[in-house]
Design a protein around this ligand. Structure first.
Ligand code: KIV
Length: 258
């Protein structure tokens, strides 16, 4: 457990925003590391990288393989790895899988999506010295249809209770995904641990996005995503130039040849 890094991250709450992004490979994590507090190997790699319909079928070994790659690009950021669906269905399964993920990837923490009964799982992992990040609101492992959460009073009190329980269970921070603006503000104020928002307004202590979305690579641009660059367009241009030059025998030149 890297508790110094965790404490440093927690100390930033309400002093400075936490910068968090996803990475699935060393080539990306080594670029992000300079800018980020947290680099997450998200199970979003199921859709983003493997072209799956959702995140439900990605397995622990795939998360580990990408975690090992991402670890190699990181010098200072906190490395968090998503525990995939099914890998924490009971406490003993969760412990076995989290320990394997930590051992193989040398990550600093794992992330678990909220699902009714996982307070005990978080509590159990934390008591085994495993750092856990919680995740509430729209939790893709357990929900089929996208929906903003926390619009009604009922939903609001349920989400506040979930957030408090996750904090009580020992999580060091929590992702708020697609939660109503005023509720994310309330939760951020109530909790001592930092909240990391995605689609949950700038009231949160930090922000996370899927890097491929931010770069304009994924083709997935819901309202909460800002595309900072259109890499698809840039790649298309480069590939089309390559094709042109090969056809015209302009590439490779003598300087590219042995
Ligand atoms: O899987 C993922 O990338 C995530 C973030 C979007 C928070 O869980």
């Amino acid at each position: 457990m890297n508790n110094i890094k965790i404490k440093k991250l927690q100390n930033k709450k309400s002093k400075s925003k936490l910068i968090c992004l996803t990475a699935y490979s060393k080539s990306v994590s080594q670029i992000l590391d300079k800018f980020c507090d947290v680099i997450l190997v998200g199970d979003s790699l199921a859709n983003t990288l493997y072209g799956m319909r959702n995140t439900h079928n990605i397995d622990v070994n795939t998360m580990i393989k990408h975690g090992i790659s991402v670890r190699q690009g990181i010098k200072k950021s906190l490395l968090v790895i998503d525990m995939p669906k099914g890998s924490y269905r009971t406490l003993s399964i969760a412990k076995k899988n989290a320990k394997l993920i930590l051992k193989k990837t040398k990550c600093d923490a794992v992330k678990i999506e909220h699902n009714k009964n996982n307070y005990n799982i978080i509590k159990g992992l934390v008591s085994s010295n495993i750092n856990v990040m919680g995740h509430i609101g729209f939790t893709p492992q357990f929900k089929k249809k996208f929906k903003v959460e926390g619009k009604t009073l009922n939903q609001q009190s349920r989400l506040i209770k979930q957030a408090q329980d996750i904090e009580k269970a020992g999580a060091f921070s929590i992702v708020l995904e697609c939660i109503d603006t005023s509720l994310s503000n309330k939760i951020t104020k109530i909790l001592k641990i930092p909240t990391i928002g995605i689609g949950s307004s700038n009231n949160c202590d930090g922000q996370i996005l899927v890097t491929d979305d931010l770069l304009g690579l994924s083709g997935f641009y819901p309202k909460f995503v800002k595309r900072y660059v259109n890499l698809n367009k840039i790649i298309k241009k480069a590939v089309s130039n390559f094709k042109k030059e090969v056809l015209l025998k302009k590439f490779p030149k003598i300087k590219n040849t042995y």
